[in-house]
Design a protein around this ligand. Structure first.
Ligand code: ADP
Length: 252
């Protein structure tokens, strides 16, 4: 018997819709699974530490040390939840990205200044070279997010004494931002996965560099939704180059 709403008129469209729904549900399940995993491990560590301190903690100093380490872990968890919320917000489909002129030169100057504190704490030299003016078309807040993620990674994955070089320039229709570091690099087998949610290269996990694997996923979402492009090339042990290509704009 033919169902009234599943007639033969649009069988392909309905299959398409079901296919998409199925993929979306699958993706959601995978996200929930990864989230549960990411949250369970630090929570178990927090609990174990508290239990041991309660049972065996002998001095106030020792208890203070445990509390301080727990505060750090709690902060890390809060940052993780913040990142998950940002990714969810971005992907909810409810967000309209602005399309306004964004002064990328000013943004890069601000970010370089803020992040240079982080860099110099680890003896990493940061340089910035930017065309003036350098204007993209898009959403300033989200573009700032994308740039912070890329710059933060460059600093984070570069050992002490290394360097991070940022360059911003214009082509006929685009604004290009290039971030080059002399860091640990990304192995060739990891490179195709770096934009996946919660993916972290084995080398980064092994070095206990903090991160959850959401930054580049969000960055790619932002760049894609600006009609731009992100490209990453890397040589393990030598460094990584990230290029963001965004639609150009004009200051109003
Ligand atoms: P994370 O929070 O782990 O830094 P990202 O999504 O920002 O997550 O990046 C995904 C993975 O890509 C990182 O875990 C790391 O393995 C690799 N990666 C990203 N940027 C760099 C870089 N500049 N140098 C080396 N590895 C990088």
């Amino acid at each position: 018997m033919k169902s009234p709403c599943f007639g033969n008129h649009h069988p392909v469209h309905i299959n398409d819709a079901f296919g998409r729904l199925d993929a979306a549900v699958g993706e959601l399940k995978q996200l929930m699974g990864s989230m549960a995993h990411e949250l369970r491990t630090p929570l178990a560590a927090l609990r174990g530490e508290a239990e041991i301190a309660l049972l065996h903690g002998t001095s106030i100093e020792e208890l203070k040390r445990v509390l301080a380490s727990q505060l750090e872990e709690i902060d890390r968890l809060s940052r993780l939840i913040g990142q998950i919320l940002t990714v969810t917000k971005a992907e909810s489909g409810l967000l309209a990205l602005e399309r306004k002129p964004v002064d990328i030169e000013a943004l890069l100057n601000d970010l370089a200044e803020t992040l240079s504190v982080l860099a110099s704490a680890r003896a990493i030299s940061m340089s910035l070279e930017s065309a003036s003016p350098l204007v993209a078309s898009g959403d300033a807040q989200w573009l700032k997010h994308a740039l912070i993620n890329v710059l933060d990674n460059a600093i984070k994955y570069t050992p002490e004494g290394g360097s991070v070089a940022v360059r911003g320039y214009e082509t006929a229709n685009h604004v290009v931002i290039e971030v080059k570091d002399t860091g640990i690099g990304i192995p060739a087998d990891a490179l195709p996965h770096i934009f996946e949610r919660f993916y972290r290269a084995e080398s980064s996990r092994a070095k206990a560099i903090e991160g959850v694997g959401l930054g580049l996923n969000l960055t790619k979402w932002i760049v894609d939704h600006h009609g731009g492009k992100i490209e990453v090339t890397s040589h393990p042990g030598t460094g990584t180059r990230v290029e963001l290509r965004l639609p150009g704009g004009r200051l109003e």
